[in-house]
Design a protein around this ligand. Sequence first.
Ligand code: NAD
Length: 446
Amino acid sequence: MKSPMCVSRRDLLKLLAASSAPFLLPGCATAPRRPRPSGVVTLGCIGVGWQGTGNLDSFLGVQDCRVLAIADLDEKHLANAVNKVNNRYQNKDCKGYKDFRDLLARGDIDAVCISTPDHWHSIPAIAAAMAGKDIFCEKPLSKTLAEGIAMVQAVQKNRCIWQTGSWQRSQNFFRWAAELVQNGYVGKVTRVEVGLPSGHADFENTGNQKPDCAPPPGVDYDFWVGPSQMMPFNPCRFHKNWRWNYNTGGGQLMDWIGHHCDIAHWGLANPKYGCGPDDAVGPSEISAIAEFPPKDAVWNTATKYRIECQYPNNVQMTIAGGHGDIRGGAKWIGPNGWVAVDRGRFEASNPEWLKEIQAREKKGDLDIMLYKSPGHQQEFIDSVKSRKRTLTPVEVAHRSQSPGHLGYIASVVGRKLRWDAARQRIIGDAEATQLLSRPLRAPWHV
Ligand SMILES: NC(=O)c1ccc[n+]([C@@H]2O[C@H](COP(=O)([O-])OP(=O)(O)OC[C@H]3O[C@@H](n4cnc5c(N)ncnc54)[C@H](O)[C@@H]3O)[C@@H](O)[C@H]2O)c1
């Protein structure tokens, strides 16, 4: 792909090893690059499989949003989505494209929603930023940490509004939990536990046992593999189940890090009780163990893992999947008690805290009031118009995923990593530094 932002892996590695300046500017420059719509925001959706269809359904219900175009390289998914939009609006205005670059070339599209598999986030996102679009993109931000850095830089440079699909921040219980911690209810946080799933889940009933075969008709498989390494088509690592092979996904760790670690960082954002802003926070030391299937297994991502991180201000964080002592969700522990939150579960050492935070929030009587989202997709469209930062800007998403990438690398090299979170560099470990990026298959590059 001919992209104006041409950074090779070698350049990225050189920058990672040698830069004396911080890679990321914390905070988000949000001044408009060009006049933005005050009325309806026009949207194109890239990738309309499982989550992409969910995102499309949500955007179709959002005020002041009009879906004009869809891009997907699976003809069936593309046709279903285009028909859905045209049925909803009772016209034939929505156009379908196999190649997302044709969608991005349209000058009448303000924003895009990217719901492609993880190995296909950075390239369309950077191209969209270069094309002046605002961007809603799924978690985890990127396939590698280095691609995340490139995405942050592109978004900052082009002053795009960015929302990540970490929708838990738009839910009341997660906000109340983070608000309790940020307002000091547990005291100065000493320990955080982030529990994620383990194993693999067979989302397509493939049984993980199918032989390689020809791709289904109507699918451009070479395009689907894109920047990853070419592998024979196998239905067990295609739609949805691509997450269980490191060529395209990052297993349960990376599938969930952008949810629960994101919430954990949100709670820690007040430096008085936690570690500091969630758009710049990161651990200084990371050690990890993991259990991996054989490298050449169809599903080769870690089935069990445990990552220990040392954060600033003496906060210790454990991120684990398959370890019974760490329950799912995020839990903050301090001298005055603890708060734990997961989907459908809210617990605190003092059961009265929940009622109290709800009442104080209503009265506006909190030192730190977190923004109450009108809905994750609605919030994005509102921000496109107002040019205000969203709940999950690109810098935040990048920091939320970073401990996952670093934990994976620590488990592969089998030693503790030292991480300079300000400069985004692994200190004194060339082998681990290599794993911050991946070789991209030509002609694709970031
Ligand atoms: N926020 C959440 O709760 C949540 C939940 C599930 C998945 N996700 C994320 O959503 C993303 C998609 O996951 P999924 O489970 O929907 O995957 P999926 O395999 O069901 O769908 C991906 C779609 O993208 C299409 N695609 C692949 N490469 C493309 C390209 N270059 N251009 C256009 N279309 C392309 C595929 O044909 C498919 O239709 C992933 O990043 C995943 O982590 C987020």
